[in-house]
Each structure stands twice: as C-alpha cells, then as structure tokens.
Design a protein around this ligand. Structure first.
Ligand SMILES: [Zn+2]
Length: 143
C-alpha cells in the first residue's frame, strides 16, 4: 500500500500513513485525527482484484480516457470526492485504453462511466458526466 507523510495539524509530528486506508489515520504522538489528502487511485487490469474485489469499503471507479473531454470535466470532481470521502469510499480511475480487459468485462460502452462496487460487486452505475451532488447522492446509498 502507498504511504504518505502527513504532518499533524495539532502537534506537528510527522506520521507515515497508508493512503486509502479504511481506518481514520491518527497521529502517533497526540492521537489527533490526521487530515490525509487522498488522490484517486489508479486501477488497472492488474490491480483490479486487489483494490476493488477485496475492498472492505465501497468503491467508485471512474472509467475514463485521455481523449474524452467530459472525463476531463469531471476529473476535479473525482479528486474532490477522493479527499472528502477518504476512509469511507475508495475512489479509483481506470484508463479504458490501457485496461481493456476490465472495461470490456463491465461492458463500458461510453465514457465517463462511474461504477459503484460494494463487496466487489457492481451495485450502481452512473453513465455520463454528472454533478458532484448527484454522484454523492448515488454513493450515499452504499455508505
Ligand atoms: Zn499530533
């Protein structure tokens, strides 16, 4: 798992914390909750099983491609969700051109497609660019 150095806002101690950890990170020195800035994780055909199928928390996976303007449009929303939902929902991005196996397994025909997984199973799907509020609302059902 990827680790990141996070400075405690309370006491200034530096902590090494796992990104996309399923637990709230706590400062080792003063036990304050740490604010971890989390980016979406890159999902590939190779790590799909480890990151999605074995995730204990729900996952929102953004199927995207570099040539897709609406995908670029929602990228900041996806980044914001990753930060806001850290520890609650895992946010992933999968480049459909580089990972055709997973894209075809889920019959992703147009992008962006956002699939919500719970216990490794698809539970909801959002096709096309949507507002952050709309994505949040769909996610809330599974949190
Ligand atoms: Zn501290």
């Amino acid at each position: 798992m990827e680790k990141q150095i996070v400075t405690c806002q309370n006491c200034g101690a530096k902590n090494r914390v796992a990104l996309n950890s399923e637990k709230q990170a706590i400062c080792g020195k003063c036990k304050s909750p740490l604010i971890v800035s989390v980016s979406p994780i890159m999902i590939t055909d190779g790590n799909f099983a480890a990151e999605i199928e074995n995730s204990k928390i729900p996952v929102l996976l953004d199927f995207w491609a570099t040539w897709c303007p609406p995908c670029k449009m929602i990228a900041p929303t996806i980044d914001a969700l990753a930060k806001e939902l850290a520890g609650k929902v895992k946010i992933g991005k999968l480049d459909v051109d580089k990972n055709p196996r997973t894209a075809s397994k889920f019959r992703v025909q147009s992008i962006p497609t956002l699939i919500i997984f719970k216990n490794g199973e698809e539970v909801d799907r959002i096709v096309g660019a949507q507002s952050k509020a709309a994505m949040m609302q769909r996610l809330q059902a599974f949190m």
